[in-house]
Design a protein around this ligand. Structure first.
Ligand SMILES: Nc1nc2c(ncn2[C@@H]2O[C@H](COP(=O)(O)OP(=O)(O)O)[C@@H](O)[C@H]2O)c(=O)[nH]1
Ligand SMILES: [Mg+2]
Length: 196
């Protein structure tokens, strides 16, 4: 699949601001600074569709982008930024939960984890949350240009173990810097969008 068109639609604060036209949705979530904005910009071929971190942990909005006039990308707020308070975390949980509950348009969630590190407790909590709501999950290991191939393979095993995935589960890999992994991710997205 090729993304020919990507248009920002709305930064929603409340549920009643979400689009309600029944186009399918693919959501993106991950720890702040994991490379989520960069990944979205890379796959849509736009340098600045999504802002790259200026103040991590500050965006508390659900951003909708119309893709190819066919489906939405939904950019969910990042989690796990070290300096946020308990009340900020509660606000974040509320926003995510509000989006996840009964979102029938939502066909898959792309969960981004940093390829260099073991998934954090927040990553594991997010994974369990998505499972609980029974959405399809695509796991993407980001910033693979920062480590060797050898280290990457080791880390992918660690990531699989942390989430309790089968040894043959295919974690997608991505580098926005080197534009790697784009085709595989877009193929997965195409499957999701074309399924029913
Ligand atoms: N080397 C490298 N750096 C990246 C990559 N993706 C993102 N970054 C950098 O990581 C930082 C956070 O990226 P951003 O996309 O804003 O992360 P977000 O907070 O998850 O949206 C920025 O400084 C990016 O330039 C990547 O694939 N490779
Ligand atoms: Mg971002």
């Amino acid at each position: 699949m090729e993304i020919k068109q990507a248009e920002f639609i709305i930064s929603a604060v409340k549920k009643n601001q979400y689009p309600n036209d029944n186009f399918k949705e693919i959501a993106f979530v991950g720890r702040s600074n994991v490379g989520k904005s960069s990944l979205i910009n890379t796959i849509v071929n736009r340098r600045k569709l999504v802002k790259v971190s200026s103040s991590p942990g500050k965006t508390r909005l659900v951003n909708f982008f119309m893709i190819n006039n066919e489906f939405y990308f939904v950019d969910l707020p990042g989690y796990g930024y070290a300096k946020v308070s308990k009340s900020e975390k509660d606000k974040w949980s509320k926003i995510i939960e509000t989006y996840l509950v009964g979102r029938h348009q939502l066909k898959a969630i792309v969960l981004l984890v940093d390829s260099r590190h073991k998934p954090t407790n927040d990553d594991i909590m997010m994974y369990k949350w998505i499972e609980y709501y029974k959405y399809k999950i695509l796991i993407v290991a980001t910033k693979i240009d920062k480590i060797s191939k050898n280290q990457l393979n080791k880390n992918l095993d660690i990531i699989r173990n942390s989430f309790g995935l089968k040894p043959d589960y295919k974690i997608l890999t991505f580098s926005s810097l080197k534009k790697q992994g784009k085709e595989d991710l877009l193929n997965e997205i195409e499957h999701v969008v074309e399924g029913d």
